[in-house]
Design a protein around this ligand. Structure first.
Ligand code: SF4
Length: 332
């Protein structure tokens, strides 16, 4: 049986991200985690470390902490900027006295202080030849848990085998608090042989996006186990914070930065509660790989489309970018 949801891994990934935005955490009578007002979450795609990239990442957050994080702007903070904003004092202090000694040269810290000042996330002033810093607000403790989901719409025996090594690595390292596999529902239940191939700690979600995306489109086939980190909890917390910052800045709608919304055929179409990219020339949901500079069907937006507001607000391509950015904002 063909599963429309499995036809495109990219589309599937967007479906999982949108479902997670609407309905995380998945619950049934066996769930240890139930949705509460004490937790909210943000969703991102294609994030990870040098060793491992996950398809979907969910950051469970403290709602007040997440709201306080907004004071530091919409863009992600890298580890150098985090070093500055997390340690910036409430009173003016020379930056070398205020910040912990780095394990890299101070000149990089000085560069980060200037970058932070340019972004308005720390205050600076010059006292003689010294740069003093002061925080704009305390950087909040906003992350509760980090969840990784691997998307495998067609989870057959060979896909499960390939995935098993990656998931075993995730389980061993324990950087995420939980790892899951999302797979398209079939007529059969998830076969025991597939469950056996995967580490017992990984949860399994079965999804049905054939009628579009909504909050009921996924259910739990196997519950995960909370993972124990192999590194110190301090190391894990700082790696999780860096990943959470990337999730905050990028979300999952940033595909438009690598696709071609400036092509006249690029559209956004509804699929239940997912608003996703659609190629009118090809009559399908195009992947990021095909919707690129090398696409032979690419045609630029006609100049007439751009006359309203051009070049300040641009044509439909710029409008699509703004619409997706607004949606990302609303879900942050
Ligand atoms: S024609 Fe090519 S570049 Fe244009 S929207 Fe379709 S896939 Fe993207």
């Amino acid at each position: 049986m063909s599963h429309p949801a499995a036809d495109s891994e990219f589309r599937y990934e967007l479906c999982v991200c949108r479902w997670a935005e609407l309905a995380w955490p998945p619950t049934d009578e066996e769930s240890t985690t139930q949705p509460t007002n004490d937790t909210t979450h943000i969703v991102a795609r294609q994030l990870g470390t040098q060793q491992r990239r996950w398809d979907t990442v969910i950051v469970e957050c403290d709602p007040e902490g997440l709201a306080a994080r907004a004071a530091f702007g919409d863009d992600e903070l890298d580890s150098d900027l985090l070093h500055v904003v997390r340690n910036a004092p409430s009173e003016w202090v020379w930056y070398r006295d205020a910040l912990p000694e780095p394990d890299y040269p101070w000149r990089y810290v000085r560069e980060a202080v200037h970058r932070a000042a340019d972004r308005g996330i720390v205050e600076t002033r010059r006292e003689g030849n010294r740069i003093e810093i002061k925080r704009i607000a305390p950087y909040p403790d906003w992350i509760q848990r980090l969840i990784a989901i691997e998307n495998k719409p067609d989870l057959d025996a060979s896909a499960a085998d390939r995935l098993a090594d990656q998931l075993s690595h995730d389980v061993d390292v324990g950087l995420a608090d939980e790892v899951w596999v999302a797979t398209a529902e079939t007529d059969a239940t998830v076969e025991p042989a597939l469950l056996e191939a995967l580490p017992v700690e990984a949860g399994i979600l079965t999804t049905d996006f054939t009628g579009g995306v909504d909050g009921d489109a996924a259910s739990v086939a196997w519950h995960p186990t909370t993972l124990t980190p192999t590194h110190s909890s301090e190391y894990r917390a700082s790696r999780q914070l860096e990943l959470a910052e990337r999730a905050y800045g990028r979300g999952w709608r940033n595909y438009q930065t690598t696709m071609r919304p400036d092509c006249r055929h690029f559209q956004l179409r509804r699929d239940g509660r997912l608003l996703g990219p659609w190629c009118a020339a090809k009559g399908c949901r195009q992947s990021t790989a095909e919707c690129s500079a090398s696409c032979s069907a690419f045609e630029p937006e006609p100049p007439a489309w751009r006359t309203k507001g051009w070049p300040i607000e641009g044509g439909p391509g710029a409008g699509i970018r703004q619409l997706l950015a607004r949606r990302a904002d609303r879900n942050r």
